[in-house]
Every structure is written in structure tokens, then in C-alpha cells.
Design a protein around this ligand. Structure first.
Ligand SMILES: [Zn+2]
Ligand SMILES: [Zn+2]
Length: 329
């Protein structure tokens, strides 16, 4: 199956954290963390519709200005998710500039923030360009299953983790894919067309065998006789976790969040031999990152946020992560 989600680290494994995720056949892109965004083109930045910020340390948030700059003057809503205190920090950033010329623009730029206050509890606020980014408080709500954002073809789950303060881990998942067997369709002399959407939907929703499906000629056929035309396959899942202490609670929450992911981006700031340093800074070692990815049963692990102290030692760090991931450590 061709993957629909295409992630890339904005600044490689040593630079500021940032993960740009493109979706096949869709204009919108997702951005995880807002470190230095200068490697992204204006075109890339203009595609960002959802932003997910783990926490507001500078290396994860300084890129907000770059996103703001290209977005001003555009008709656009950017939805942003972060931990408690996020809306205030976004507001402070917006207040750093003079917005006296807003009347000259027709287009309104809207930032909508969702803060994860506690496990599955969120609060939203809105900041509109046309109102000089005055804060508008929206609702507090439950977030079932920790879902903090959903759009065309994706859902994002968040988990509340612990760094020096609260820090969010994220996982983006696609819905199941329903595929039609074209060969079987032809064998039965059935046409293609919009009716297949209804068939795929009925299979995806697990309807019973007598559920009626309307064929293009107007006849109804029970789903049970058509079900073998459709196969369901799992969508892709990508986890993104960074700036977390190696504690039992964090490990358990990360494993729950990332379970079965196709790809896991996870910080590995320190070498295995520098565990004391990692503990003091509430970061993971290469070994911890590999072990967590292994326990979560992910298919592939992509470590990042390597400390600059290991510049030139990338191969060693990667080998340490991979060793722990394979259970060799
Ligand atoms: Zn960091
Ligand atoms: Zn941090």
C-alpha cells in the first residue's frame, strides 16, 4: 500500500525539533513543533493548517514568527495545539507587534488554540487578525481518547507527558482504507461509479449483511452479497515524542500513545553513557528511546533532537537506538 502520510524532520536529527507532514493528494500539511522553520519554503508554510507544539521551550516555539509572517494578509485559520499556558504564550507572541494597519486588509487570519489542560480535558481560545489578535475565550471540553484535532483523512491524539513542566506527545493516524477489488467487480459484471462509495462506507461502518446497497440501475442488493468486493486495511500511524524525562509514568503513556505506529519520531538527546545528564535535563537517552519504541511495537524508529555535543557521532547514536530497539542492549 502506498503511504499517504509523508513526514520529514525540518532540521535533521541535530537541529531544532520540527516535523513537517504532507498528505498525499491534499494541500494541507501538519507541523509538529515550531523550532527554526527557515528550511521550509513559503509554499510549505502556507500549507500548514494544523500545528502541534509539545511545550514552549524556545527550540520548539521560536518558529512561530516565521509562520505568522507568511500568513498575515491571508484568509486562513490555523489550528494550534499545546499544553497548559499555550494560549497565553501565543498571545504574547502576537502582542509583540503593532497591528494598526489591520483595516487595510480584507482577509482575516485566525489562530485557534487548543490547550490540553489535563488528561482528555481541553480549552480553546481564538485570536483574529481583524481584531488585532485580541483574545477570545471559547469552550472547555472533554477530548475523548485524547483526540485534539481531526481533519480530512487524519486524526491526532495527544498525551500529557512530563518534562520540566507539562509536555505533549502526539500521534497522527489515518482512518482505515477501504479498497474495492476491481477484478471481482468486472467478473460479476458490476459497474464502477459513486455507488461504490456507499458500499465502502457500509463495510467500514460494519453494517449487517442485510443492509441494502443501491446499484446504479436502481436495484437494492444486500451488503452480504457484495462484502467480498471490499477489503479494509489499517491506515498509517506516526508518533512524535520529544523532551520527556525517563520516568515509568512517561514510558507507560508514550507506549499507549505510540502503540503499533508505523513510524515513531522520538528524541534521543543523550548517549546511553550519559544517562545522568539526561536525567538532570529530563530528556531521554538513545537506549531509553530504543526501548520505548520496542515496547510500543512500532515498525520503525526515527530518533532526533540529538544534543550538539555529539556532533560528528550520529552513526554511534543511531546504532545505540537501533540496538535497544532490537533488544540487543
Ligand atoms: Zn527541546
Ligand atoms: Zn524542552
Amino acid at each position: 500500500m502506498r503511504p499517504n502520510l509523508h513526514p520529514r524532520l525540518v532540521n535533521g536529527r541535530f537541529g531544532d525539533p520540527g516535523l513537517f507532514v504532507e498528505m498525499l493528494h491534499r494541500r494541507e500539511a501538519l507541523l509538529f513543533d515550531l523550532g527554526d522553520l527557515s528550511p521550509l519554503s513559503t509554499r510549505d508554510l502556507l500549507r500548514v493548517g494544523h500545528v502541534f507544539v509539545t511545550h514552549m521551550h524556545m527550540d520548539h516555539f521560536i518558529g512561530f514568527d516565521a509562520l505568522l509572517r507568511v500568513s498575515v494578509g491571508r484568509q486562513k485559520t490555523i489550528r494550534m495545539v499545546g499544553p497548559r499556558g499555550f494560549a497565553d504564550r501565543v498571545h504574547h507572541k502576537l502582542l509583540a507587534y503593532e497591528w494598526d494597519l489591520v483595516d487595510r486588509y480584507e482577509a482575516d487570519l485566525v489562530f485557534e488554540t487548543t490547550e490540553m489542560l489535563a488528561h482528555k480535558r481541553t480549552r480553546r481560545a481564538r485570536f483574529r487578525f481583524k481584531r488585532a489578535f485580541a483574545r477570545e475565550d471559547l469552550d472547555e471540553a472533554e477530548a475523548p481518547d485524547g483526540i485534539v484535532a481531526a481533519g480530512d483523512g487524519f486524526t491526532v491524539h495527544a498525551s500529557l507527558l512530563e518534562h520540566h513542566g507539562p509536555c505533549l506527545g502526539f500521534a497522527v493516524a489515518e482512518p482505515e482504507h477501504a479498497n474495492v477489488w476491481k477484478v471481482r467487480l468486472t467478473e460479476r459484471g458490476l459497474p464502477t461509479g459513486p455507488w461504490l462509495q456507499a458500499l465502502k462506507r457500509a463495510v467500514g461502518q460494519g453494517r449487517s449483511g442485510d443492509w441494502p446497497i443501491a446499484l446504479p440501475d436502481g436495484t437494492n442488493v444486500p451488503l452480504g452479497r457484495l462484502r467480498d468486493l471490499v477489503t479494509l486495511s489499517e491506515g498509517q500511524k506516526i508518533a512524535y515524542v520529544t523532551d520527556v524525562g525517563d520516568t515509568p509514568a512517561n514510558r507507560a503513556a508514550i507506549v499507549r500513545l505510540a502503540r503499533g505506529a508505523d513510524l515513531m519520531f522520538i528524541e534521543a538527546s543523550f548517549a546511553a553513557s550519559d544517562a545522568d545528564r539526561a536525567r538532570a535535563r529530563a530528556h531521554l537517552t538513545t537506549r531509553a528511546a530504543g526501548e520505548i519504541a520496542r515496547t510500543a511495537g512500532v515498525r520503525r524508529v526515527e530518533p532526533f533532537h540529538f544534543s550538539p555535543r555529539y556532533e560528528g557521532e550520529e552513526a554511534r547514536l543511531l546504532a545505540e537506538v537501533e540496538g535497544a530497539f532490537r533488544g540487543e542492549a
